[in-house]
Design a protein around this ligand. Structure first.
Ligand code: ATP
Ligand code: MG
Length: 593
């Protein structure tokens, strides 16, 4: 487990950050300048304190053979402050440039991550898109990405800078007093063990916290979307209780994360304080015995002062990185999931179909198990209108799902014009079909855009004709006409209006195979008659599959399939079937007499 996590972290860097290497390398160069400027403080403090202590009977020692006080002489009074100012300005400027460079690199890299994640979801399996509550995917883009962004920003700006600064401070310490430096180098890491172990627990909690945030997002989205049912059934309290337990759980998990994080800073504080105490004791003794100067002590404390905040930053980075790992894991979980339905490598492009549709012995079950289609076979000739009837839940819409290759059958074959659809690209397959689905989904865009989705280059004239054929007179009555926004999912329109817009979209798409799933079920009798006539005109020369519960809608079909128990149980024309003794005849007696 730990190994794959490390591996994921590396993959993340290679996949998304390596493209930004120029900026990151440049950032690292500026970080080096920052670190050198910081380390120079230790030497300036040492030189200053030696210089001052000489007056009080102390002694001065050179740094790497160079004695600043001796060189500057009486000019020391202004040379020293000037050097400090110069070092500060250099450090501040390079810190600024470095931060800008690294932040830009991280933001650029994360745009790539989000693009990849979204592409993966939207291009990948329909089954996956529908498997999780949509709120959970939304949460990935908002919450997971925030955690990863926070961590990546902090790591990019701090990691190199802090490591280099600590290295610089350590180098200064070794130059000032190698024995003491060695002592610190040995003691410090031991103090870090608890911080690393906090990081590990943090990762697990953080993963759970992020998953739970996804669940809350899903619950909120659903709760608000179901507003009408909530109100109509007085479900406010039910919704409040659901939300409350979600919020409580979130607070509990976050507190756990925060508790872990809260322990890091005090621990580092203790480590820093102990180091200072140790240095004072050890150097004090060395100064007394004449082995070191007051300046060495001062310089050493200055070096610890420089290194401490950086060490602390590195300590919290570990915690942050562990939180981000949880997010990265979830992101790769989506990116790496294999597609159940995919184009085969040698997939060909399906030419515009003439329209023969064949199902041969098709078996299918959704992921949750139960067999929906069980050896279903049917054949529809080019240009025919075929109706699928059968009880609710029989698998009629599922048949459309398979024809569109939203799912692949478990066994059996589906052919269009004799071509197995498993061997063609999904894009070419789908561009030969126009679907009006049971739910008549519209995007939150203008009605014009919604209608033209299947044919983006449609002229206004063509859109008008499609509107007319689909009995969309209501559009003209809207104050903004075709420029009216449909609202989320089409909520600004009535069910029947949505359905007519969806039909206009299918009409405009001009595809050789039409799939109508309860396409006119929400319409009033007058509109239905008009739309029905338009659909009949449209279906001339196209293969049309119609799913309907109202037999009046399908009686003119060339061929009617009755589907029950996962297979075709009857097949024939309306006249033939209704004069028989089967399921259809029963239905016909019920509905049409
Ligand atoms: N996405 C899905 N995941 C799991 N099971 C599903 C899914 N969609 C449909 N089913 C199940 O598959 C069976 C067939 O569903 P399908 O939607 O094909 O029925 P239908 O014949 O179109 O019914 P209706 O006339 O009510 O629209 C049902 O038992 C349903 O519960
Ligand atoms: Mg259905």
């Amino acid at each position: 487990m730990a190994k794959t996590e490390k591996h994921l972290m590396r993959r993340f860097l290679i996949d998304w950050m390596s493209k930004q290497w120029r900026m990151l390398v440049l950032g690292a160069l500026f970080a080096l300048v920052t670190a050198i400027a910081a380390a120079s403080y230790a030497f300036l403090v040492k030189a200053g304190m030696d210089w001052l202590s000489v007056g009080a009977g102390g002694k001065s020692s050179p740094i790497a053979g160079f004695d600043l006080a001796e060189w500057a002489g009486s000019r020391m009074i202004w040379v020293l402050p000037l050097l400090v100012v110069i070092a500060t300005i250099i450090r501040a400027l390079s810190l600024y440039v470095q931060t800008l460079l690294n932040n830009t690199a991280v933001q650029n890299g994360l745009v790539g991550v989000q693009d990849a994640l979204f592409s993966r979801l939207i291009e990948g399996d329909y089954a996956r898109l529908t498997s999780a509550a949509s709120g959970e995917f939304v949460s990935q883009f908002i919450n997971d990405m925030n955690v990863v962004r926070e961590a990546a920003l902090r790591i990019a700006t701090n990691l190199v800078k802090s490591v280099l600064t600590v290295a610089g401070a350590l180098a200064a310490m070794f130059i000032l007093d190698w024995a003491l430096a060695l002592l610190i180098l040995i003691v410090y890491p031991i103090a870090f063990a608890p911080i690393i172990s906090i990081g590990n627990t943090l990762r697990k909690t953080s993963k759970r916290a992020q998953e739970q945030t996804g669940e809350i997002t899903a619950m909120l989205t659903e709760g608000f979307a179901g507003g009408r049912v909530t109100k109509a059934y007085n479900l406010e309290n039910y919704q409040k209780a659901r939300a409350h337990s979600g919020f409580l759980e979130r607070a509990r998990l976050y507190l756990k994360v925060l508790r872990g994080k809260a322990a890091v800073d005090p621990l580092l504080e203790i480590v820093g304080g102990m180091a200072l105490a140790g240095v004072l004791a050890f150097t004090g003794w060395r100064v007394m015995s004449g082995a070191a100067t007051v300046g060495d002590l001062g310089g050493f404390i200055a070096a610890i002062g420089i290194a401490s905040p950086e060490v602390r930053a590195l300590g919290t980075l570990n915690a942050l990185a562990n939180e981000a790992k949880a997010g990265i894991e979830r992101i790769y979980h989506v990116l790496d999931a294999p597609d159940l339905v995919a184009d085969i490598p040698e997939a060909i492009s399906l030419p515009r179909p003439k329209g023969e549709v064949v199902f041969e012995d098709v078996t299918f079950a959704y992921a949750n198990g139960e067999t929906v289609l069980n050896g279903l076979s049917l054949r529809i000739l080019p240009g025919e209108t075929a109706a699928l009837v059968g009880p609710s839940g029989a698998g009629k819409s599922t048949l459309f799902n398979l024809l569109l290759r939203l799912y692949d059958p478990a066994s059996g074959q589906i052919r269009i014009d004799g071509q197995d659809i498993a061997e063609v690209t999904r894009a070419s397959l789908r561009s030969g079909m126009a679907l009006v689905s049971q739910d008549a989904f519209l995007f939150d865009d203008t009605l014009r855009t919604n209608i033209a989705l299947g044919r983006p280059d449609a002229t206004d004239q063509q859109i008008e004709e499609a509107l007319d054929a689909a009995a969309c007179d209501f559009v003209k009555a809207l104050p903004e006409g075709l420029d009216t926004r449909a609202g989320e999912g089409g909520r600004n329109l009535s069910g029947g209006q949505r359905q007519r817009i969806a039909i206009a979209r299918a009409i405009l798409a001009d595809a050789p195979i039409l799939l109508l799933d309860e396409a006119t079920s929400a319409l009033d009798a007058a509109s239905e008659a008009r739309v029905q006539a338009a659909l009949e005109r449209l279906s001339r020369g196209r293969t049309t599959l119609v799913i309907a519960h109202r037999l009046a809608t399908v009686r003119n079909a060339d061929r009617i399939f009755v589907i029950d128990g996962g297979r075709v149980v009857e097949e024939g024309t309306h006249d033939k079937l209704s004069s028989g003794e089967g399921v259809y005849a029963d239905l016909a007696r019920l509905q049409l007499s």
